[in-house]
Design a protein around this ligand. Structure first.
Ligand code: ZN
Length: 76
């Protein structure tokens, strides 16, 4: 049979485990929320432009179809 002291120790152990789980769950949900925020933010971000080098003048351009070559070339 358990004594009062053993029951008290058991109650403290159960409380500590329960409290630790609560703290862990809070940290984990905050981390999940932060990751979801970051994913949403990066999804809303404009796509990065791929720059290509113009073979004629050497300028880095995003769209070769709208590029007009500068006869002096890009500033170096
Ligand atoms: Zn060019």
């Amino acid at each position: 049979m358990l004594s009062i002291r053993e029951l008290l120790v058991l109650a403290v152990i159960i409380f500590v485990v329960w409290y630790g789980y609560r703290v862990y769950a809070r940290i984990d949900s905050a981390r999940t929320r932060r990751a979801a925020d970051q994913a949403r933010r990066s999804a809303n971000k404009k796509p990065e432009l791929d720059l290509v080098r113009c073979p004629q003048c050497g300028a880095y351009i995003s769209d070769p179809n709208i590029h007009v070559c500068d006869p002096d070339g890009p500033a170096r």
